[in-house]
Unconditional design. Structure first.
Length: 425
């Protein structure tokens, strides 16, 4: 079996016959994963004929992992993902309020997949609550290993919570806890290293895609040293490591203070004229409003974990819903990446053959782009656009289209395959 590797220059080396490990997923996972593999196979065959091919290697996690291997996250699964660098994952069950640790978080932590990358773009024909959804075209870089994903908590009423409170009260002089006897406590770590590598990835992405701006979204006005630290360290990456490619609003403010706003405006315009990427920042709550009112002002978003969770779901809703929202979790340093459906297991519709496969399919489209099989990525997007132009989709989208034709999961997948096979004929 052939796998992706990295050469001495840090570049991905992708064999023509490529083995991709996949986790089927719980709930609707088996339905969407199966049909998406078939669509990818059709696209690879259409573009490359017999010259390139994907061999799918099933690995196990979640309910199926527990049934087949006796573990929700078998060591074998982690070992294969580490070895093969790239993997595909359907939705996995996450317990709320206790019990089994989130498998999604565990995979990201174990493989150090620090960038959660979520592109958000509107497809013509998809119903949207916005008047001008075509203006939405953003990619979120959400830090994946710190903030609440590495959060430490102590439940109210426990000895640990009392010990923690006594420590912050007696040793740290904290007096702001209003109801200490009934409070739970949480701590979230945010580091220079974690913030810097996330921002570095966001800027590299903007450079490679020839995009105009990266916006740092944070809550640094309240949390000065975690959220505020993320803002500070992100600006430092841009100014120290990408001074030739970027112009920061942080630097603009310094110039305006020293030499006047008119001179700073001139410097900003010159940077734009030279094609430099503008780096600015925005408070999280203001960004959520601005992204609705003037989405065309944003391109690449760099943010911490919790903010990124809210932002990515809101933006997905603006272009049709999380059912068509793709996502990848990537470590750009090691090359490890997992491409996944961003929605949940949807147990209420599991087994009914009505789930929308596009979140998974568009994530696999991201995988094709990541490994450099751009022609496959292009034809997948073309097939989706043509299906929407013909007002065909699964019921979650088709019901809002004028004269929309609602297809089952498998029928919609086969419809896309037909478009791909007929393309150019």
């Amino acid at each position: 079996m052939s796998k992706v590797s990295k050469n001495s220059n840090g570049e991905l080396v992708v064999p023509d016959i490529l083995t991709i490990p996949f986790i089927e997923g719980d709930g609707v996972g088996s339905e969407i994963t199966d049909i998406c593999k078939k669509i990818i196979d059709a696209a690879v065959g259409k573009v490359y004929s017999d010259k390139r091919k994907i061999e799918w290697l099933e690995i196990y996690a979640g309910e199926k992992g527990n049934t087949v291997k006796g573990s929700y996250l078998p060591d074998e699964t982690l070992a294969i993902l580490k070895e093969y660098l790239i993997g595909v994952k359907g939705p996995l069950t996450t317990a709320v309020g206790g019990g089994m640790r989130s498998l999604n978080v565990a995979l990201r932590q174990e493989l150090d997949l620090y960038s959660c990358v979520r592109p958000v773009k509107w497809y013509e024909g998809v119903a949207s609550p916005l008047k001008e959804p075509h203006k939405v075209d953003m990619t979120i870089f959400r830090e994946n290993t710190e903030d609440i994903y590495a959060g430490i908590e102590w439940n109210e009423g426990t000895d640990e919570a009392k010990k923690f409170y006594n420590f912050i009260k007696n040793d740290m002089g904290v007096k702001s806890v209003r109801f200490p006897e009934t409070s739970s406590f949480g701590v979230k770590p945010v580091s220079v290293e974690g913030s810097s590598r996330l921002m570095r990835s966001a800027i590299d992405y903007a450079i490679n895609k020839k995009l105009s701006k990266v916006t740092i979204v944070h809550k640094g006005n309240i949390m000065k040293f975690t959220e505020g630290g993320f803002r500070k360290w992100s600006y430092e990456v841009a100014e120290k490591e990408f001074s030739n490619e970027t112009f920061t609003i942080n630097n603009y403010n310094k110039i305006a203070k020293d030499q006047g706003i008119e001179f700073a405006d001139k410097q900003l315009q010159e940077a734009k004229d030279k094609g430099k990427i503008i780096i600015d920042d925005c408070i999280a709550d203001a960004f959520l409003q601005n992204s609705l009112l003037k989405p065309e002002n944003y391109s690449v978003i760099a943010t911490l974990n919790l903010n990124g969770d809210y932002i990515s779901d809101q933006l997905a809703a603006m272009v049709g819903g999380i059912g068509i929202a793709p996502g990848a979790n990537i470590n750009y340093d090691t090359g490890h990446a997992i491409f996944e459906a961003t929605h949940g297991t949807a147990p209420d519709i599991a087994g009914k053959n009505i789930a929308n496969p596009l979140s998974m399919l568009l994530s696999l489209d991201m995988m094709m782009e990541y490994i450099g099989w751009i022609e496959v990525s292009n034809i997948i997007k073309i097939s989706i656009e043509k299906a929407f132009a013909n007002r065909c989709s699964t019921n979650d989208l088709a019901r809002f289209m004028e004269d929309g034709q609602a297809l089952s999961t498998s029928d919609f997948g086969n419809y896309l395959i037909k478009i791909i096979k007929d393309w150019g004929n």
